[in-house]
Design a protein around this ligand. Structure first.
Ligand SMILES: Cc1ncc(COP(=O)(O)O)c(C=O)c1O
Length: 450
């Protein structure tokens, strides 16, 4: 065992040390080599060290270097050193995050909830569940909403289901994230029966055209649009919605972290007035996959939606982690969140948010200076750029990805094909941004002249 653990530590170290020099996207050859893992399952056991060697030698080259400094795709954070190390230790602990199975996992979740409430300025009695990502955090927050709204109508949705239940109206912005629609569909609230509220040019829900709210309603707003980084006007929407008895849910997968930076917090002004919030640890907080958090103003609604009891499930003193999430057994996600926050502190987190936003502006400035159109107001860590025609933009994206110095994706934004740049990693440096800009600009010029 000792040899194996030292071996894995060495291999992990080699992987991390090699990140700056390797291609961000794996080579075709590395992907092709993955067939070597696809062997007929043998009869006899194999030495663990050999299994590890196969995984590392064949698997590591076929990873995408998302923990390096030049991955700007989707909204994917890296892995802070403390969080990465905590993740390795937690892997060795192999804890099931139930209080009776892991006092440390349950206690760390308690601490993280208090820290997050304080960082985001949420109500002191809010509760939370630690889930796989923002999709499940959206699902959990909306399950709490469904419970509360129907309970007010005298309907126990957990016991009776939705058949025959009073209808719930769901309002979303036109630029709602697809994961929120998926969550609604899983909850029986339907992805197509939502009322879509028009948005402005940045994707912000227009509070001036919010429909009149009368029946039980959940209003789903966004803190951080996945394309533009824009925030719905939470303060105004909460005021109107709450006056009509609606539940307001915030999808703040990455944007909620703006609250931790005094210079960006204004963007999320008013989100604290909502009833539930979904966010991710594995995006801007830079903890390893998979880590999402559902926060709810009145935790009894989340608990009512998620709890399960049985005679053999012993309940100890204190908050029981599994009563606030869909899963019964799961890993101890609070460990990495605790480690990340403990290592950064308030100032370190604010600086991480601020620094990545500054790098997004550096990208936008460099691209604009070269004559390319920036399609969004760069208020956060997201940049949308067009290189001219849709076809040209797509070719630039593809060649940048193939060259492997950096990785960025594409999108369509309100009818325009764009390259999306998301700066979310603690590991990104100013040099990484400069080097990536040079590559993008060179390729854009070559493609325009081709
Ligand atoms: C606004 C928003 N909501 C939800 C999600 C889904 O998050 P996850 O992939 O962690 O489930 C994302 C992912 O990018 C997002 O940007």
């Amino acid at each position: 065992m000792e040899h194996l653990l030292l071996d894995v530590a060495n291999r992990a170290n080699r992987y991390v040390v090699g990140l700056p020099e390797r291609s961000v996207a794996p080579s075709l050859e590395a992907i092709e080599q993955l067939r070597l893992l696809d062997v007929p399952l043998q009869d006899e056991p194999i030495e663990p060290s050999r299994v590890l060697a196969e995984l590392d030698e064949i698997g590591s080259p076929a990873t995408v270097a998302t923990t390096g400094g030049r991955y700007f795709g989707f909204v994917v954070g890296g892995s802070l050193p403390a969080a990465m190390a905590a993740n390795m230790l937690a892997g060795v602990w192999d804890q099931n995050a139930a209080r009776i199975l892991s006092p440390v996992a349950a206690s760390l979740e308690d601490v993280c909830i208090r820290w997050l409430i304080s960082l985001f300025g949420l109500p002191a009695n809010a509760g939370a569940g630690f889930v796989t990502g923002a999709t499940m955090a959206n699902l959990s927050g909306l399950a709490a909403a469904r419970h509360a709204l129907l309970a007010q109508q005298g309907w126990d949705v957990e016991a009776r289901g939705l058949f025959g239940a009073p209808p719930i109206t769901v309002l979303v912005g036109e630029e709602v994230h697809v994961s929120l629609l998926k969550a609604l569909s899983m909850l029986g609230l339907g992805r197509d029966r939502v009322v879509r509220v028009p948005v402005d040019g940045q994707g912000r829900m227009r509070s001036d055209v919010l429909p009149k709210i009368s029946s039980p309603t959940v209003v789903c707003i966004q803190a951080g649009n996945v394309n533009t980084g824009a925030f719905d006007p939470a303060g105004e929407i909460c005021r109107t919605a709450k006056a009509s008895g609606a539940w307001v849910h915030v999808d703040g997968a990455f944007g909620l972290w703006a609250l931790s930076s005094p210079r960006r917090a204004y963007l999320a002004e008013g989100v604290q007035d909502a009833d539930s919030w979904a966010t991710d640890g594995h995006k801007w907080l830079n903890v390893p996959q998979d880590s999402g958090i559902a926060l709810v103003r009145e935790p009894e609604h989340l608990r009512a939606a998620m709890t399960a009891t049985a005679a053999y499930l012993i309940e100890g003193e204190g908050r029981e982690p599994s009563h606030y999430v869909p899963e019964m057994s799961r890993r101890a996600r609070g460990v990495e969140i605790w480690a990340a926050l403990r290592s950064l502190g308030r100032l370190g987190l604010a600086e991480l948010v601020e620094r990545t936003c500054r790098y997004a502006s550096q990208f936008a400035g460099g691209l604009q200076a070269a004559g390319y159109e920036i399609l969004n107001d760069v208020v956060l860590n997201q940049v949308l750029v067009s290189f001219g025609s849709p076809d040209l933009t797509r070719r630039v994206i593809q060649r940048v990805q193939e060259e492997g110095i950096c990785w960025l994706g594409g999108t369509e934004w309100q009818g325009h094909v764009a390259m999306r740049i998301s700066v979310s990693s603690w590991a990104t440096t100013e040099e990484d941004v400069q080097r990536s800009l040079e590559v993008i600009l060179r390729i854009a010029e070559e493609e325009a002249g081709a």
